[in-house]
Design a protein. Structure first.
Ligand SMILES: N[C@@H](CCC(=O)N[C@@H](CS)C(=O)NCC(=O)O)C(=O)O
Length: 209
C-alpha cells in the first residue's frame, strides 16, 4: 500500500501512526505541496481534491484521513482499533466526525497562522483570524478535556482510531502556540499517546527543520 503524504501534516501523521499500531507496512510517498506536486495530473487522478493524505492499495485509491484510518484498521483484523461494541463504534465515529467538523478546523487556524506561515515565509500571523478562532478553540477543547477526565482514551478504556484522529492535531501544539494552559486532561492524554512507538515512528518521518 502506498500513502501519499506531506510529512508534517497532521492529517498524514495520524494515518501513518495507525498503520504502525496495526502492524501494516506502508510505502510512504512525500508529495511536494509547496512545489505543486499535488496538482500534477497523475496525483489528481488518485485524488480529485488534490489533497493529501491519499492511500492506494493495489489500484484502489482512498482519500480523507478518517476513511484511510478506518480502512487500515479494518485490514488489521483482530488487532485493530475499532471497538466491537456497537455503541462504542458509533461513538468512535461521532468523535471522528466532530474532529473533522469542529476540532481540526479550530486547531488548523492556529497551526496555519503561527506555524505554517512563518515556516513557508508567506506572511505574518493574522491576529484577527486567531482571535476569531479562539472562541471555537476553547469551546471544543473544553468538550474534549471534560470527556478525557479520568479516562485513558477518548472512549474510556478502549483505544480507537478516534484517539489517533484527534491527537494528531496536538503534534504541533507548542510550535503553533495553542493556548493549552487550562487543558490538563488533554495534555496528559496527548503526552501518553505521542510517546508510544507508533507515534514516535510516524513523527520521525518529518524532516528536520
Ligand atoms: N479532510 C481532509 C483534509 C486534507 C487536507 O486538507 N490536506 C491538506 C494538507 S494538510 C492538503 O492537501 N492541501 C492541499 C490543497 O488543499 O490543495 C483529510 O482529513 O484528509
Amino acid at each position: 500500500m502506498q500513502l501519499y503524504v506531506f510529512p508534517p501534516s497532521p492529517n498524514s501523521l495520524c494515518c501513518q501512526a495507525v498503520a504502525n499500531r496495526c502492524g501494516i507496512e506502508l510505502e510512504v510517498i512525500p508529495v511536494d505541496l509547496p512545489g505543486g506536486g499535488h496538482m500534477q495530473p497523475e496525483f489528481v487522478k488518485l485524488n480529485p481534491n488534490h489533497k493529501i493524505p491519499t492511500l492506494v492499495d493495489d489500484g484502489f485509491s482512498l482519500w480523507e484521513s478518517s476513511a484511510i484510518m478506518l480502512y487500515l484498521a479494518q485490514q488489521a483484523g483482530d488487532a485493530n482499533l475499532i471497538p466491537e461494541d456497537a455503541k462504542l463504534r458509533v461513538q468512535m465515529a461521532q468523535w471522528m466526525f466532530w474532529k473533522t467538523a469542529h476540532f481540526g478546523p479550530a486547531c488548523g487556524v492556529y497551526t496555519f497562522e503561527n506555524l505554517v506561515k512563518p515556516m513557508m515565509g508567506i506572511g505574518e500571523p493574522d491576529a484577527a483570524k486567531i482571535e476569531n478562532a479562539a472562541e471555537d478553540f476553547h469551546r471544543f477543547f473544553t468538550v474534549l478535556n471534560d470527556q478525557l477526565a479520568g479516562k485513558q482514551y477518548v472512549l474510556g478504556s478502549t483505544e480507537s482510531i478516534a484517539d489517533y484522529s484527534i491527537v494528531t492535531w496536538l503534534v504541533h501544539a507548542e510550535a503553533a502556540s495553542f493556548p493549552m494552559q487550562d487543558y490538563e486532561e488533554i495534555k496528559r492524554w496527548a503526552a501518553e499517546m505521542l510517546a508510544t512507538d507508533h507515534w514516535k515512528a510516524a513523527l520521525a518521518t518529518i524532516p528536520a527543520g
